[in-house]
Design a protein around this ligand. Structure first.
Ligand code: BGC
Length: 342
């Protein structure tokens, strides 16, 4: 009898032990070719493991949408409790996530909003509009349209059109730039302003360099040619392409137009240090991954995760409860203070 009692107690103990440790979370990052995502993936995986979750990390090659769909399907089939997804094409996961919903697997949109589905439960991100606003305000601060009657020449770049964030970055920046375009103080020689025209497919550095080179050719943006005062670049990966195209035409760190960035990537920070890039934006992966771990912990305990935004992020089906972290501007002046805390 005693023996049976002990066996039963051991059995119950191992079940409860296993369930707390067998909470499986699939982590799906969009690409391994951008340091931002590479870093985020490993920081998140480590934090999940430290919190006692069984985490499995995937990168979707070089932003390969079909590969990401297959990875998600695989994790769902193998059995998991939650999914954390940094999507490539936010609208391309509707089908594969139907299965997640049926199996009651909770889905957290990581940094980028997954659209067109109610299978997403929560969205953890940075304040994306604020990212754009910081970029727009920075350009105003450097171009000083109020200080003289001079016209300033700018060109605009947009992120990848399939990424919901791109719109927020652009609109945030345009809130500050548009009034000066309307007044004629800022001029876009190319007149290119439509997102479909100024987009950078897959946030590709090469695509950005290609478009910058063609603007240089068409409008003679050269140190000895027509003036170009600033370029709005939504992220470091795009700024890198723009800077390299301009450097090929003889621009140097000291006569480079004012260019914006985002991500505080090692490459971006190098350019900020050298002066080729005016600013970048720190989106600390520690902040975001802590929020995601807390969300998963709450879900695992059957509680509601903490959210701080219930109005902004309509994914076309419903307004997804979100938690927005704070992005921080990084310039040559403050980079030492900010980056040592990483
Ligand atoms: C992210 C940015 C990143 C960009 C390119 C966006 O969705 O929010 O941080 O620079 O994708 O990867």
């Amino acid at each position: 009898m005693k023996k049976i009692f002990f066996l039963l107690a051991f059995f119950l103990f191992s079940i409860s032990f296993n369930t707390s440790y067998a909470y499986k979370v699939g982590l799906l990052m969009p690409t391994q070719n951008e340091t931002r995502w590479y870093n985020d993936g490993f920081v998140l995986e480590q934090k999940m493991k430290n919190a006692g979750f069984q985490a499995e990390l995937f990168f979707a090659g070089d932003a390969d949408v079909a590969l990401q769909q297959r990875q998600i399907a695989r994790v769902i089939n193998e059995g998991c409790n939650a999914l954390v997804i940094g999507s490539i094409d936010g609208a391309a996961l509707t089908e594969v996530l139907k299965e997640a919903k049926q199996k009651n697997i909770k889905v957290i949109s990581y940094d980028r909003l997954i659209t067109g589905t109610d299978a997403v439960s929560y969205y953890a991100t940075f304040d994306n509009a604020k990212v754009g606003e910081l970029q727009g305000r920075f350009l105003i601060g450097r171009l000083k349209p109020y200080a003289s009657d001079d016209v300033k020449y700018i060109e605009l770049f947009y992120g990848s059109i399939d990424d919901n964030n791109a719109r927020y970055f652009f609109n945030g920046a345009m809130k500050y730039l548009q009034p000066h375009l309307d007044s004629g103080k800022f001029v876009i020689r190319s007149k290119q302003i439509d997102p479909k025209v100024i987009q950078t497919p897959a946030w590709s550095t090469q695509e950005a360099a290609k478009r910058m080179s063609s603007l240089i050719e068409q409008y003679n943006y050269r140190p000895s040619g027509e003036r170009l005062d600033a370029v709005l670049a939504p992220a470091d990966c795009i700024a890198l392409g723009i800077v390299s195209a301009l450097k090929r035409e003889g621009f140097t760190d000291s006569n480079m137009p004012v260019i914006t960035g985002q991500d505080a990537s090692p490459e971006g920070l190098e350019l900020v240090k050298s002066g080729a890039l005016g600013m970048t934006i720190l989106k600390n992966p520690d902040d975001l991954s802590s929020v995601v771990v807390e969300m998963v912990e709450a879900i695992a305990e059957g509680k509601e995760p903490q959210i701080n935004d219930t109005t902004t992020y309509d994914n076309g089906v419903y307004v997804v409860p979100s938690y927005l972290c704070e992005p921080k501007i990084v310039t040559k002046k403050n980079m030492k203070d900010l980056i040592k805390n990483l």
